[in-house]
Design a protein around this ligand. Structure first.
Ligand code: GDD
Ligand code: MG
Length: 363
């Protein structure tokens, strides 16, 4: 079985993290976002993942080569010369998706910026049972307007209407960005910029061939900083229930905390809840961390405080620094000792030498 991950897009809403690497490679809970997806696909028997990419494929591919052999899965790249939207890339990969070895089996399609429980096995069973042409996973959210909204028949899952980013309330079940499609769907997509959500799904729904499976598990589009941290909280909470042993424990830990085994934690720190500390991080003594992510190779010096913020890889947080309120530091940012940073967004490779008492972008 094959899968397409829609990788394209510039990840503008996750800047400055995406200034150094493509969005799917941004670390989430100590590993690149896309690895969470590739591992889940591998677990249900997917043998080839096609990355549909419209921007900087070399960076992605050289990075993922290592995982091809480590995970034993083929990873290929389908590169657009112009962005083809969410459906066009499937038309571009048509030949690969319909090879005879693939036996016209349905294929998965995933948005690259979502984190969830990936109930893919359940989805395969759901798809095989309904006999329609396409299945989409849906989830319930309180604020549906920034998503694709699905109106469906509760008993059968048949989708009556699919409305992308509705201006007025249509319902609270939204497209979770995971699909299982029959290869016949490819005949509906021209090789030009086309939207699954605005063109393809509404027309399949109209013919009564689109089905939705409601997932009750956690789900988050982590393509924006605030949602990224909310997603981290949900993910860690899920780890607590599914593999509590992978979370940190001890008297200096509060709630759910994930610390990579190669990270070093000094004396007298207080860490948690909802924190991830990435590979190679060094946390000196008396540091306080809560609701934050430290990506790989970050050093936090003595008595610093980081809360509700994202710290890009290889950054250094000086002694007694205070960072809070949704600050996002790009890669390799150096914050001098005792600085106060409130809600700032800092571009990669900057040195911070002054306080920032209100949110702003540091270029
Ligand atoms: N290859 C390629 N080419 N990929 C693309 C392109 C393109 O031109 N444009 C977008 N993508 C990829 C993005 O990288 C992302 O993985 C996915 O398609 C969806 O694009 P987003 O920009 O993240 O869309 P969204 O978050 O506003 O909405 C989508 O996701 C929601 C769930 O998070 C829609 O699918 C909604 O219906 C859905 O509810
Ligand atoms: Mg998105």
């Amino acid at each position: 079985m094959k899968a397409v991950i829609l990788v394209g897009g510039f990840g503008t809403r996750l800047r400055p993290l995406t200034l150094s690497i493509p969005k799917p490679l941004v670390e989430f809970a100590n590993k690149p976002m896309i690895l969470h997806q590739i591992e889940a696909l591998k677990a249900v028997g997917v043998t080839e993942v096609i990355l549909a990419i419209s921007y900087r494929p070399q960076v992605m591919m050289s990075f993922l080569e290592e995982y091809e052999s480590r995970l034993g899965i083929k990873i290929t790249c389908s590169q657009e010369t112009e962005p083809l939207g969410t459906a066009g890339p499937l038309a571009l990969a048509k030949e690969n998706l319909t090879t005879t070895q693939n036996d016209n089996k349905p294929f998965f399609v995933l948005n690259s910026d979502i984190i969830c429980e990936y109930p893919l096995q359940e989805m395969l069973e759901f798809h095989n049972a309904h006999g329609g042409e396409a299945s989409i996973m849906v989830t319930k959210v309180a604020e549906p307007s920034k998503y694709g909204v699905v109106v469906m028949d509760e008993d059968t899952g048949k989708v009556r209407k699919f409305v992308e980013k509705p201006a007025t309330f249509v319902g609270n079940k939204i497209n979770a960005g995971i699909y299982l499609l029959n290869t016949s769907v490819l005949d509906r997509i021209p090789l030009q910029p086309t939207s699954l959500e605005r063109q393809v799904f509404p027309s399949i729904a109209e013919e009564g061939l689109l089905y939705a499976m409601v997932s009750e598990g956690f789900w988050m589009d982590v393509g924006q900083p605030k949602d990224y941290l909310a997603g981290l909280r949900l993910y860690l909470d899920h780890l607590r229930r599914s593999s509590a042993g992978s979370l940190a424990a001890g008297k200096n830990i509060i709630g759910n905390v994930l610390i990579d085994e190669s990270a070093k934690i000094g004396e007298g720190c207080l860490i948690g809840p909802d924190v991830s500390v990435g590979p190679g991080c060094v946390i000196e003594c008396g540091v306080r961390l809560s609701s934050c992510t430290l990506m790989k190779g970050v050093r936090v010096k003595n008595s610093a405080y980081v809360s509700g913020s994202i710290i890009g890889g290889h950054s250094t947080i000086g002694q007694s620094v205070h960072i809070s309120s949704m600050a996002v530091l790009g890669e390799d940012v150096h914050v001098n000792d005792t600085m106060f940073l409130n809600g700032v967004v800092v571009l990669p490779h900057k040195e911070i030498k002054t306080h920032f008492v209100k949110p702003e972008i540091v270029m």
